[in-house]
Design a protein around this ligand. Structure first.
Ligand SMILES: C[S@@+](CC[C@H](N)C(=O)[O-])C[C@H]1O[C@@H](n2cnc3c(N)ncnc32)[C@H](O)[C@@H]1O
Length: 275
């Protein structure tokens, strides 16, 4: 007899929630120094680090960007944030920098969503919702977004580490939909992970293949390609991530660039007033 369950999770979600199977949200949690990870996640993360040793450094710099960007935007009177592909909402995420702002986090990874929902259950100004950016209009129409984001005001939108998991067309469609939805003067804040356009090293090809196997194929674009995909959002500030964070230039070594000119840029893009 088949088991009777009132709550049936899809086979896909089941795989995500199985702690014996590595999960990208928990792998990133481990790389960030968090505690929501299991043996299988740690083993997978260590394998990934053998292929791309710079990953831990970049992942942490990105969280430092998210906090600094949120703080900067809050000082520019942004009081509402929509974050897409949020991952694990550990203590180094948006709410650590702007605890009083309205925040909607979202992701399509059930581990990150269920962790976020339990973490923010008692918060009136923070929700964590399930959301696949390929169906962005469903996210934008969700009760949480309607409750926490006032469309008469500018909104700050985080897309950190998302463009590398999308095709050019998916990135363009997402940028266009967000531009149509957001109030003028809204901003996207994002770390662009780019490469210099040269031939990818064997090691990096392996990292890309691994991401494919994990069900989240990674794609690398140059900085120009990335900015072009974000149109009609206008870049208002784009600079090397280390510079934005006030770190010395030699903080990133040639080895961190993985032989392909791997670089990370802090970027702010604005929806200009339409005349
Ligand atoms: C590398 S993590 C980054 C997490 C966080 N934004 C940060 O910068 O620390 C990328 C996240 O994007 C999410 N993601 C990838 N494709 C997505 C999609 N189509 N819809 C929603 N989330 C997606 C993944 O599940 C993952 O949690």
């Amino acid at each position: 007899m088949p088991p009777t369950n009132d709550f049936i999770i899809s086979p896909e979600a089941e795989m995500f929630l199985d702690t014996a199977v590595p999960n990208t949200a928990r792998i990133f949690d481990y790389l960030l120094g968090g505690t929501i990870n299991f043996e299988a996640d740690r083993e997978a993360a260590e394998k990934l680090l053998q292929i791309a040793p710079s990953l831990r450094k970049w992942v942490r710099l990105r969280r430092a960007f998210i906090q600094e960007a949120a703080y900067t935007l809050h000082n520019q009177s942004f009081t509402q944030f929509l974050d897409l592909g949020s991952g694990m909402p550990t203590e180094n995420h948006l709410h650590a920098s702007v605890p009083t702002a309205n925040i909607v986090y979202s992701d399509f990874n059930p581990v990150a969503v269920s962790y976020g929902q339990s973490l923010f259950a008692e918060f009136v100004n923070i929700d964590y919702i399930f959301g696949d950016v390929h169906h962005i209009n469903q996210i934008l129409a969700s009760p949480s977004v309607r409750r926490l984001i006032d469309l008469r005001e500018k909104v700050a939108i985080g897309l950190n580490a998302l463009p590398i998991f999308q095709t050019e067309e998916q990135n363009s469609d997402l940028a266009q939909a967000l531009h149509t939805w957001a109030h003028p003067q809204s901003q996207i804040f994002v770390v662009f992970q780019t490469y210099a356009g040269q031939t990818k090293s064997d090691r990096y090809e392996k990292a890309l293949a691994l991401s494919q196997m994990a069900g989240l194929p990674m794609r690398l674009y140059t900085l120009d390609q990335t900015i072009a995909m974000m149109q009609p959002w206008q870049p208002s500030r784009v600079q090397p991530l280390t510079q934005f964070l006030g770190l010395p230039d030699d903080f990133i070594t040639p080895a961190d660039q993985e032989g392909i000119g791997l670089s990370f840029y802090a970027a702010f893009l604005t929806k200009k007033n339409t005349t």
